[in-house]
Write a protein that binds this ligand. Structure first.
Ligand SMILES: *Cc1c(COP(=O)(O)O)cnc(C)c1O
Length: 458
């Protein structure tokens, strides 16, 4: 008999999590105004709200915490990180920031002006937020296949080159400060971008003289998919693939809370000295001196080790295949999920799951709430609530997909937890005919409303 797969790590420390009853959860979610972000974590049994900063560090990372150098300027932990970032990305200049959106804030302060256009592949919400905050516009050029949850395209994060070229042709070059390529593409479901597409986007950018930056939060998971799916890359190491991908761009912003395998942190890495100089000014203003940028020395050390571990095949296999394990269970139960499975999360297709709940009543939000009530599982809505209102008309924007994301923290839950999630979803799916009404928003912020919006049950 063939030996089954087993994780390439064992557990050195355990953290207890609390069970609760459905009655308790009904009361708690009502008290939280039906916003899952409002729940305290002790009211959650399995927390798959996000994979951002929620993973487990290794013993080697913890050991690095102990030798962190907290010098204000030029700490050895900074130098260790700088060297690792250069080794993995190939970029020459490096600025640490306290998280990914801070990297966006610093870089975009240098590059994005009012009236600008920033094309990309389904920009992440904070990326879009930082573009729109500067009265610029994010234009989505993702391939159409990305919006069909049952299309098995291997690289659904890819950019449609025709869409991109149309944007280039219809705006003067000065109005397009850069293109942002998100790897993997979070908003399209943790879907990868191929090397070929990256190369093609890069060539098109060069033709029009427009820089290409990566939103690289999950670049290692992206490299894993390339190794598994793109011909010619099966024998390359993850580190070789990642470095090749980065070689086609001018720079990157990073949320280290994802593939950095740490709980907090971010950075900018790039090649253009002039942009680096401009970004340095904003980094000092917003984040701190350029050799710590909002991070502790010990955290920079742990990040250096984390980046190295995250770009190892054995780690990535356990990571990405755990997501697939959950996804396959759901498919076997008939639950509608986005396929191929993403690298960090499973996305439930709420349009197919609860079609009778009107879109205006936030059907994906309604499904996310039900999952919490039934299983104590906290996922997140990636649909109309997240899409915010149009900045000009203030109307709800209805995205093509209404999803509930179950983002799995790295090295944190076992496959038994995945089974538990799958069965809870099967039970909800079996009673889906009863779901006919959703929620209304009674209070919301002008931008990124999903974090704080208050809902009322209809
Ligand atoms: C998380 C994330 C960000 C923002 O990073 P934070 O560390 O949460 O500020 C930007 N882009 C992508 C693709 C992300 O996943």
């Amino acid at each position: 008999m063939e030996l089954p797969y087993a994780e390439p790590y064992k557990i050195k420390m355990v953290e207890h999590i609390k069970r609760s009853t459905q009655e308790q959860r009904l009361k708690w979610i009502q008290e939280a105004d039906y916003n899952l972000f409002n729940l305290s974590s002790d009211k959650v049994f399995i927390d798959v709200l996000t994979d951002s900063g929620t993973g487990a560090m290794s013993d080697k990372q913890w050991a690095e915490m102990m030798v962190g150098d907290e010098s204000y300027a030029g700490s050895s932990s900074f130098l260790k990180l700088k060297e690792t970032v250069h080794k993995i990305t190939g970029f020459n200049y490096f600025l640490p920031t306290h998280q990914g959106r801070a990297a966006e804030n610093v870089l975009f302060s240098a590059l994005v002006k009012e009236g600008d256009i920033v094309p990309g592949n389904s920009h992440f919400d904070t990326t879009k937020g930082h573009i729109e905050f500067r009265k610029a516009k994010a234009v989505d050029c993702t391939i159409d296949e990305a919006f069909d949850t049952s299309n098995m395209h291997p690289f659904k994060g890819n950019v449609d080159l025709n869409k991109l070229e149309t944007v280039f042709k219809s705006h003067p070059k000065e109005k397009i400060p850069f293109v942002v390529l998100t790897i993997t593409c979070n908003s399209a479901g943790g879907q990868p971008v191929s090397v070929q597409n990256t190369k093609d986007v890069s060539a098109l950018c060069k033709k029009y003289g427009i820089p290409l930056y990566f939103d690289a939060a999950r670049f290692a998971e992206n490299a894993y998919f390339i190794k598994k799916r793109e011909p010619g890359y099966e024998n390359k190491s993850i580190k070789e693939i990642a470095k090749e991908v980065f070689s086609y761009g001018d720079g990157m912003t990073m949320s280290s809370k994802k593939d950095g395998l740490v709980n907090m942190g971010g950075f900018i890495a790039l090649n253009n000295e002039e942009v680096f100089k401009q970004a340095t000014v904003f980094n000092i203003m917003f984040e701190g001196f350029i050799t710590y940028g909002g991070m502790n020395g010990r955290d920079m050390g742990a990040l250096a080790v984390g980046l190295d571990e995250a770009t190892e095949f054995n780690y990535l296999e356990s990571r990405v295949e755990q997501i697939a394990f959950l996804g396959q269970k759901l498919v076997d139960f008939g639950v509608p999920v986005q396929q191929p499975f993403g690298g960090h999360a499973i996305f439930l297709d709420a349009n197919k799951f609860v079609p009778k709940i009107p879109r205006e009543e936030y059907r994906a939000q309604a499904l996310a709430i039900e999952i919490y009530i039934v299983g104590g599982i906290r996922g997140v809505e990636i649909g109309t609530v997240l899409a915010d209102r149009d900045p000009v008309t203030r109307e709800n924007r209805y995205p093509e997909l209404e999803l509930v994301r179950l983002a799995i923290p790295r090295r944190t839950y076992t496959n038994n937890h995945m089974e538990y999630i799958a069965v809870a979803l099967k039970n909800i799916y079996d009673t889906r005919e009863e779901a006919k009404s959703g929620y209304m928003i009674v209070d919301e912020a002008p931008i990124m409303r999903h974090f704080t919006a208050k809902f009322k049950k209809l």
